[in-house]
Design a protein around this ligand. Structure first.
Ligand code: HEM
Length: 483
């Protein structure tokens, strides 16, 4: 690679490379580093070369101009095991098989029509959450916990067709499992960073054992639900995602025989993607939005006036109301700008040589787009640190992957295929929070005392460091619904 012009790099330490510079909050440390080394920089995690992209122009080079040259994902051992050797959509390297599966996801699983067919699940879950909060009027509520639980139940029911309630899975155990999966999915093994030696650390640190334990539990859960779905004489009330995928598998076997693509393992791997990709992301959007609104009472009032004006005395916001709430949509957009749930997007891998801003990117290099840094860059955003939904009035910037200064869902061939599913869930939850209750901070806490820190750690998602505790104040609009 001597002839190549490589991107600038911060100084490396022997063996670990730049690993020590990632810190507790990698998106934030990388933003600082990019101020010094530029919007395209080359880091080394152990032996792995990683190019970090921190400007809209450079992101466009990756996601649009050279999308095909770098639309693969690295083959990591931990997630490889959890996805039955990369049979999923989110973490699989680029291949013919991945393309087929992605097509099935876009057309059959995450299409607007399919997502709309689960409207009743979302409305029921949000409804029971509002009922449960209404029993805590004037008592502080852990909004973080409640929203995660509702988002988890929505995905669980959408995928499996049944709720935790009255099933053999208990909610706490399920979350523990999803959390373990998220940690395995977000971590490199030492062997990957330090080939030849890292396996020793992997064995001592128990990495391999943890991956295996998580895999076994998850596989048993998926197998059991699939078996339930295949039982003769099963009463099917509404089609869930497992029904949809089993239907596609059957069709493919009838049409293509041995050449059928979809197997039970593909189905399980896609379910894993739904749990990893769908629960925390939608929940975090609502939690950060509520946190911002409580700190900004004027914006809160404006949003509440809008939703209460449109919904009237109905008692609940329904999905059909959401399109009549333009200010509400601006709040979601501004939340996704300031608090993108996946701040570094998912890692891509270059398949062939290409250039970004005239720097050579060699095959095998990993690419990390810092969507968080771009969305807070004063070159594109006025007062970028301020939560100001009005900035999107008369502004055509959207988050669907065409405007490279706002990329909460990524873009290009690997962009999030479930934008509609994610946004409709967040919008419905937030609109009901705003419609059903007035909110105040517990124990005389002031807006300026709120802790808005981000949580560090191994997760790919951007959590709030401290749980959001808020006190619901009675709202008469709901009384009619409850009586
Ligand atoms: C507010 C909600 C959501 C946000 C912010 C979000 C964000 C993202 C991001 C940043 C990526 C990576 C894009 C890239 O690398 O360019 C992604 C990929 C993905 N997301 Fe989402 N997501 C959300 C909701 C969901 C939901 C509800 C599901 C499914 C139930 C889901 C499933 C996926 C899958 C399967 C991929 C991998 C796509 C691929 O590699 O081809 N996401 N998402």
């Amino acid at each position: 690679y001597k002839k190549h012009k490589l991107p600038p790099s911060p100084p490396k330490v022997p063996f670990i490379g730049n690993m020590h510079q990632l810190g507790e909050l990698p998106h934030s440390s990388l933003t600082q580093l990019s101020r010094k080394y530029g919007p395209v920089m080359l880091l080394h995690l152990g032996r792995i070369p990683v190019v970090v992209v921190s400007s809209a122009d450079a992101a466009k080079e990756v996601l649009k101009v050279n999308d095909l040259a770098c639309c693969s994902r690295p083959k990591l051992a931990g997630i490889g095991r959890l996805t039955y050797d990369h049979l999923d959509v989110a973490f699989s390297p680029y291949s013919e098989c991945w393309r087929e599966l992605r097509k099935i996801c876009v057309l059959e699983i995450f299409s607007m029509k399919r997502v709309k067919s689960f409207r009743f699940v979302r409305e029921e879950e949000v409804g029971s959450l509002m009922d449960s909060i209404s029993r805590s009027i004037m008592d502080p509520v852990n909004v973080t916990e409640k929203v995660f639980a509702a988002s988890g139940s929505i995905i669980f029911r959408t995928a499996f067709g049944k709720c935790f309630h009255g099933s053999e899975f208990d909610r706490a155990k399920f979350y523990e499992l999803v959390h373990d999966v998220a940690i395995v999915a977000g971590s490199f093994s030492y062997e990957e960073c330090f080939p030849g030696l890292g396996w020793i650390i992997d064995r001592i640190s128990g990495h391999n054992g943890r991956v295996e334990r998580v895999f076994r539990k998850l596989d048993a859960l998926f197998q059991q639900v699939i078996d339930d779905h295949l039982k003769p004489g099963r009463t099917k009330y509404e089609e869930d995602i497992i029904d949809v995928m089993l239907g596609i598998e059957k069709e493919q076997i009838e049409e293509l025989g041995d050449h059928a693509l979809l197997t039970k393992n593909h189905i399980k791997a896609v379910l894993l993607n739904m749990f990893l990709g769908g629960i925390d992301t939608s929940a975090l959007t609502v939690i950060w939005a509520m946190a911002e609104l409580v700190r900004n009472p004027t914006l809160m009032k404006k949003a509440q006036d809008e939703v209460r004006g449109i919904v009237g005395k109905k008692g609940r916001v329904e999905e059909t109301d959401l399109d009549q709430l333009p200010y509400h949509k601006l709040i979601i957009k501004e939340t996704l700008r300031l608090h993108p749930p996946v701040p570094l997007l998912l890692t891509r891998e270059a398949i062939s040589h290409f250039k970004i801003n005239n720097y050579d990117i060699c095959p095998g290099t990993l690419i990390q787009i810092n969507a968080w840094a771009i969305a807070r860059d004063s070159n594109y955003w006025k007062n970028p640190e301020e939560f100001f939904p009005e900035r999107f009035i008369d502004n055509t910037i959207d988050f669907k992957g065409q405007n490279f200064e706002l990329l909460p869902f990524g873009g290009g061939r690997r962009g999030c295929p479930a934008i509609y599913m994610g946004t409709v869930t967040s919008e419905l939850l937030l609109a009901n929070f705003l419609y059903c209750f007035d909110w105040c901070l517990p124990d005389g806490m002031k807006e300026t005392d709120m802790n808005m820190e981000e949580q560090g750690g191994q997760c790919v998602t951007l959590n709030k460091k401290t749980p959001l505790l808020l006190t619901p104040v009675n709202c008469t609009l709901m009384a009619k619904h409850l009586s």
